[in-house]
Write a protein that binds this ligand. Structure first.
Ligand code: PMP
Length: 435
């Protein structure tokens, strides 16, 4: 049992001294004191199944990752101006998981920082700042990332898209303009990107970069139609731009069939950004790119990053990759995710409220609607379900512009027994809501 401050004391302190924009989950926030596998434990030691944390990827406080960090922390931590084995060993291991042409690895500290650097690389290489972004997307909290995130610049407190940022249609097979996972929809959505590029050309501009998550996270746990990125990448490259895959949420085997989610779209990006799961909770991130793009960044200006690539982060990064491999977590995500989606689809047959079940591996969205024909978002019922799950000690959150999508992306320690637990609680909740 935890002897720290009460929830009320912590809430008051946060409001007063940590800035009022720091958000909390739940009306009555939870205090968590320990994590293990797919579970978090509150101050009374009560376990909660964590269905939303895609950061502690190989399981909360995985002993091998913890040990690797502790050992290196006790030995040396410094910046990259000294030679050290860890950064070389880590880069080598990480690059081995990437397509051959992606052979340069730059280490940073957060997903936002990775995207910032990606934008700079793209600009140096293409000499164009014009940026194409997918509607509804989120790419980070820094100035440039907010400007690249419709979720933020079009949302509360936002100031709209800056002149150099161009939104393209969200390729949403369920709620979008072109429905279904088929080649017509892929082409139609890709053509809308082509039109944006043509519009730029009319103003004597060309795209510098196109940034896109390989599966859409914040925009609504959306799986783009097969073939979409292949066509978009071709349009962007034909116009002189580069393609950035944001794998901050969806990388490292979560999609099950592949290590990287861009592989599910059969493309090779010019720049890949990695974050969240990369350090299993330790703040680190990476930008992976080609020799040509990395060379264009050699402008005479030094790039120095105090923490990026430090020996402790690299030791942790190596341990995360080792655990993914040793515990075969990618395959585990595939089989568990398939089983889970099958169970969700069975519930969909019984409950009208479930409009759509979609996902790859352990990245899943369940979209709830009042009416399957009009697809009116069941926003209130979704928020009721989140509280219902909390009462049953399952941590869950919503996603999408209408907050009517259950966002499912648990640590990969999540197993089929956990899936059954979730399904039972969801069924209970749906039964109540269907009366
Ligand atoms: N890209 C995506 C797709 C994200 O979801 C996030 C964080 N939610 C970021 C970038 C930014 O990462 P960070 O919070 O580590 O800066």
């Amino acid at each position: 049992v935890d002897s720290g401050q009460s929830a009320a004391e912590i809430i008051n302190y946060r409001k007063k001294h940590l800035g009022k924009t720091l958000s909390l989950s739940y009306q009555q926030p939870l205090k968590m004191v320990r994590g293990q596998g797919a579970y978090l434990f509150n101050e009374q030691g009560v376990p909660y199944l964590d269905m939303v944390n895609n950061v502690c990827h190989v399981g909360h406080c995985h002993p091998k990752v913890v040990a690797a960090g502790q050992a290196q922390l006790a030995k040396l931590n410094t910046n990259t101006r000294y030679l050290h084995d860890n950064i070389v060993n880590y880069a080598d291991k990480l690059l081995a998981t990437m397509p051959d042409k992606l052979s340069v690895c730059m280490l940073v500290n957060s997903g936002s920082e990775a995207n910032e650097l990606a934008f700079r690389l793209a600009r140096c290489f293409t000499k164009s700042r014009e940026l194409l972004v997918v509607d509804g997307a989120y790419h980070g909290n820094t100035n440039a990332c907010i400007e690249a995130s419709p979720y933020k610049f079009d949302g509360p407190g936002g100031e709209g898209a800056p002149a150099y940022v161009h939104k393209v249609t969200l390729p949403d097979p369920y709620r979008g303009e072109f429905l279904g996972n088929n080649s017509d929809a892929a082409t139609a959505y890709a053509n809308s990107v082509k039109e944006t590029i043509e519009q730029l050309a009319l103003n004597n501009k060309k795209p510098g970069a196109f940034i896109c998550e390989s599966l859409q996270g914040v925009a609504g746990q959306i799986i783009m139609p097969d073939g979409y990125l292949t066509q978009v990448y071709a349009h962007v490259r034909a116009a002189g731009g580069v393609c950035i895959a944001d794998e901050v949420q969806v990388g490292f085997g979560r999609v099950g069939s592949h290590m990287w989610a861009f592989e599910t779209q059969n493309v090779i990006p010019d720049i890949v950004t990695l974050g969240k799961p990369i350090g299993n909770g330790h703040p680190m991130a990476a930008v992976i790119t080609t020799q040509e793009i990395a060379d264009a960044f050699v402008t005479g200006m030094e790039y120095f990053n105090t923490f990026g690539g430090n020996p402790v982060s690299c030791a942790i990064g190596i341990a995360v990759l080792d655990v993914i491999e040793q515990e075969q977590l990618q395959n585990h995500a595939l089989t568990t995710g398939q089983y889970f989606q099958d169970q969700l689809n069975k519930l969909k047959q019984r409950f009208e409220l479930i409009g759509d079940v979609r996902g790859k591996g352990l990245f899943i969205g369940v979209e709830l609607v009042e009416d399957r024909t009009t697809k009116q978002p069941a926003t209130d019922k979704t928020s009721w379900l989140i509280e219902h799950f909390k009462q049953h000690h399952i941590l869950l959150s919503t996603e999408g512009p209408f907050y009517n999508i259950l966002k499912i992306k648990p640590p990969l320690a999540f197993n089929s027994g956990d899936a059954d637990k979730f399904i039972n609680v969801l069924e209970l909740g749906l039964a109540v809501l269907s009366h």
